[in-house]
Design a protein around this ligand. Structure first.
Ligand SMILES: Cc1ncc(COP(=O)(O)O)c(C=O)c1O
Length: 353
């Protein structure tokens, strides 16, 4: 397949790094590629960023047959551009495709197309500390058809958005609301896929948490509502008695790339790590016994998000002294230093443009 490139001659005004927020501005070009049963994936092209024109009956709009990814391109102090484990994002996108009955795509081709797109858009990659270019690969079902089945045709697109520092007011712990009224995903469902349905399922409880003054929801399992799964749209870690614990991937948890990076780093630092079921009762007991030292979320957007307070029913648990834990801080510094090329990359995670 040959990647076609059609550049715009009407470039947008680029924002000042200090004005950047998250996900509101998009670059001049995007990648598009189509799928049909006759041609397979075909017609890959980079073209001016533009709205998608869709029939109102397009299947993605009705049945949510779609998958996406989120990763970032970083500018180093020397001005070069690098990516953090991007091939793992394309691998996960294909795994999500499988769960949603979307045809597999060629990961190496998609990664090369992304590099070409980034090369065209590299002036959009900000350079202020902690800013980056967010990359959103997405695949949608495009048959115009009002019946429930997998679509025959699809569109794969990649859009880019310059984003500001996640912690514009500093790296501070957040307050988390534990819900027993709502679940994000269930065993046998779509929880381990990065697909719209999981985010739709998270909105009601997220709104409730915000109304009550909390930043995110802590999700319990969808069957017994007893075991901890994720926090907001992040994976979750606990430090209990000097051991790093994260819920074992069970089919309803998204296998985060940051989660895997935290686990690999912890092992290389000889921190004891355990991926296992962890119940909310165990957590409450560890808190009462004084052995719960830290809680933090992990994900591409925030990298590491320390938890300072948990609300569970009438109980309010303050974690540690409510400030950022030493271990959370060490992961945050180490991973961001690798991402921005400030530290060595001992695991071979970085890809240079
Ligand atoms: C539901 C959910 N869990 C976990 C993560 C963290 O995954 P990653 O570390 O690959 O960004 C994300 C974000 O991508 C997510 O949306």
């Amino acid at each position: 397949m040959q990647l076609a490139v059609n550049k715009t001659d009407q470039l947008k005004k680029k924002p000042d790094d200090s004005e950047l927020t998250f996900g509101t501005l998009f670059t001049d070009h995007m990648f598009n590629m189509d799928y049909s049963p006759q041609k397979g994936w075909h017609d890959p092209r980079i073209e001016p960023y533009a709205p998608l024109e869709m029939d109102p009956a397009t299947m993605v709009l009705h049945y949510g047959q779609t998958v996406f990814e989120g990763l970032k391109a970083y500018r180093t102090n020397s001005g070069s551009i690098q990516l953090f484990r991007p091939k793992d994002n394309f691998k996960r996108l294909n795994r999500s495709c499988k769960a949603l009955c979307i045809p597999q795509f060629d990961e190496a081709f998609a990664f090369d197309a992304l590099k070409t797109l980034l090369d065209i858009e590299k002036d959009w990659i900000p350079s202020a500390p902690e800013t980056s270019l967010y990359i959103r690969p997405t695949i949608i079902a495009t048959d115009p058809f009002l019946g429930v089945r997998a679509s025959y045709t699809y569109r794969f697109f990649i859009i880019l958005s310059p984003v500001g520092a996640y912690y514009s007011e500093g790296f501070n712990p957040v307050k988390i609301w534990i819900t027993t009224d709502h679940v994000r995903a269930v065993r046998g469902g779509l929880g381990e896929a990065k697909t719209a349905a999981n985010y739709a399922a998270s909105l009601y409880a997220g709104e409730e948490a915000h109304k009550n003054g909390f930043t995110q929801v802590l999700w319990l399992d969808g069957i017994e509502q007893k075991y901890i799964e994720e926090v907001g749209s992040m994976n979750i870690f606990f430090v209990i008695d000097d051991e790093l614990v994260s819920p074992k991937l069970n089919g309803s948890i998204l296998p985060g790339i940051t989660r895997d990076s935290v686990i690999q780093l912890a092992k290389s630092w000889n921190i004891k790590v355990s991926e296992r079921k962890i119940s909310i009762d165990e957590l409450v007991n560890a808190h009462s016994a004084g052995s719960l030292q830290e809680i933090f979320g992990s994900g591409t957007a925030a990298v590491i998000s320390p938890v300072g307070e948990l609300k569970y029913g009438d109980m309010v648990l303050t974690i540690g002294d409510g400030s950022v834990g030493l271990i959370a801080n060490r992961f945050y510094q180490t991973i961001t230093d690798i991402q921005y090329g400030k530290a060595k990359d001992p695991m071979g995670w970085v890809e240079h443009l």
